[in-house]
Design a protein around this ligand. Structure first.
Ligand code: EPU
Length: 417
């Protein structure tokens, strides 16, 4: 299996790159196919490994699917052929937990493996379990599995202790078929959550309050199948913005929604990045005066944790110091040690990384630990002198569509070895 990427750094990029569908919107939208026996057609799916894993999980649960083209799938959830999301698949992708809500809502039973630890933090699913219990399910942990059983879910008020993206999505998918009204408080408002709510409404659900922290759901008896197109991936777009800046290039990122990236764009402009945008494109120009700025990751609309590693890589090339604080996950600085191996000057103090720049980067062999960490190493490799080899790129393939081809199209010298 191909697992390494080789990058010849120091080459300026030019041209245009097209952004694919959002991985983190696609996963809950696919899981929502469990909520209806009618056919669903999902378009603009990104060609990434996590989408394949979700389709495999759904197949276990009795969803038949057929790929119509690279980015379109037809799916139909008949009677469940099983209720089990096995450890083998869940350990590859935590978001498999997204089947817990819809399975319990439609079939009154679900068994989903507990995901276990993860490179970026402990990542418990207690809020998913508590929420489902509030809706009347009996939820037990047995032999490493979450086993939920219900006799028809009943609407309730659920107040999330902390903002959770997939937790909000799971409870939305459970509540749409529950009897009566559910009020979800302190919800995540990430665009992917709103996208899911809009899709559920098009299937016949009654959700109101979209985009706010409180969502109201009036349960319905059944949902219908629809055709739906996934929103563009804001994190993929943001990663290419940084690719342009870190290499001092002029590039255009197309097919994206800059309105989903305000926190990042504002932050970069504060550091003198030359960025212009319209409704569906972002243009990055060579920015010789890039200066260090501080960033703190918070739930949307704040600065996204999924851009923290890439931003940290960029800050190594900015003038002055930058304090990057990670407030969502407790262990999301694994890329820092590797950036230091490339020549970065970064110190970590608890949840804070202090980056001093600019430091020249020099190619080396580095190891990816998770999806966004691998993106940050590739970005650093593009800016480094000589050759950088990034090991364990399977992390990258989980969430970046055709990244070698897309970067190659911009003129980067990058290849799989
Ligand atoms: N949390 C709990 N209990 C829970 C759920 C979450 O304590 O029951 C904590 C988490 O440990 C974390 C915080 O709450 O500290 C926020 O986690 P959240 O539940 O929002 O994360 P998630 O839903 O598991 C999604 C994305 C992540 C992204 C985070 C934060 C998907 C499939 N995944 O994860 O994406 O980092 O939201 O925005 O939507 C990625 O794409 O690289 C990625 C990791």
């Amino acid at each position: 299996m191909v697992q390494k990427l080789e990058i010849e750094g120091g080459v300026p990029l030019k041209g245009e790159v097209k952004i694919g569908g959002a991985k983190n919107a696609a996963l809950p939208v696919l899981a929502a196919s469990l909520l209806t026996e009618e056919e669903m057609i999902i378009k603009n799916l990104p060609a990434v490994k996590d989408v394949d894993t979700m389709l495999r999980v759904l197949k276990h649960l009795g969803v038949d699917y057929e790929r119509e083209s690279d980015d379109t799938v037809r799916m139909k959830a008949g009677a469940p052929s099983g209720d089990l999301a096995p450890y083998e698949l869940v350990k590859q992708m935590r978001a498999s937990v997204l089947v817990l809500g819809p399975m319990t809502a439609r079939h009154n039973e679900a068994r989903v493996s507990l995901p276990g630890g993860c490179a970026i933090g402990v990542r418990p699913i207690n809020l998913h379990i508590d929420g489902l219990s509030r809706l009347g399910a009996e939820v037990k942990i047995e032999h490493g599995y979450v086993h939920a059983r219900a006799n028809g879910l009943k609407g309730a008020e659920i107040v999330f202790d902390r903002v959770t993206v997939t937790g909000t999505e799971n409870m939305l998918m459970a509540a749409v078929l529950a009897e009566g009204e559910t009020i979800l408080r302190n919800c995540a408002v990430e665009p992917e959550v709103t996208d899911l709510a809009e899709m559920l409404n098009r299937m016949g659900a009654k959700i109101s309050g979209m985009g706010s922290r409180d969502l109201r759901v009036e349960g319905v008896k059944r949902l219908k199948g629809i055709e739906y197109s996934i929103i563009p991936d804001r994190i993929e777009a943001g990663t290419y913005v940084i690719a342009g800046l870190i290499t001092g290039s002029n590039i255009t990122i197309e097919n994206c929604l800059p309105k989903h990236l305000h926190a990042l764009i504002d932050k970069l402009q504060e550091g003198n990045a030359r960025i212009e945008y319209g409704n569906s494109y972002i243009k990055v120009s060579r920015s010789p005066d890039l200066s260090g700025v501080d960033a703190r990751t918070t739930p949307y609309p704040g600065f996204p944790t999924d851009m923290q590693a890439q931003f940290t890589a960029l800050m190594t090339q900015a003038k002055g110091s930058s304090v990057v604080t990670e407030l969502i996950f407790e262990n999301r600085f694994m890329h820092v040690q590797e950036l230091i191996r490339l020549g970065a000057n970064i110190t970590i103090d608890g949840r804070t990384a202090i980056v001093k720049g600019p430091t020249p980067l020099e190619g080396a062999e580095v190891m990816a630990t998770d999806l966004r960490a691998s993106a940050s190493l590739i970005l650093a490799g593009l800016a480094a002198r000589n050759t950088t080899i990034v090991d364990r790129v399977y992390h990258l393939d989980r969430g970046y569509e055709k990244i070698c081809r897309k970067l190659g199209g911009l003129g980067a010298r990058i290849r799989r070895i």
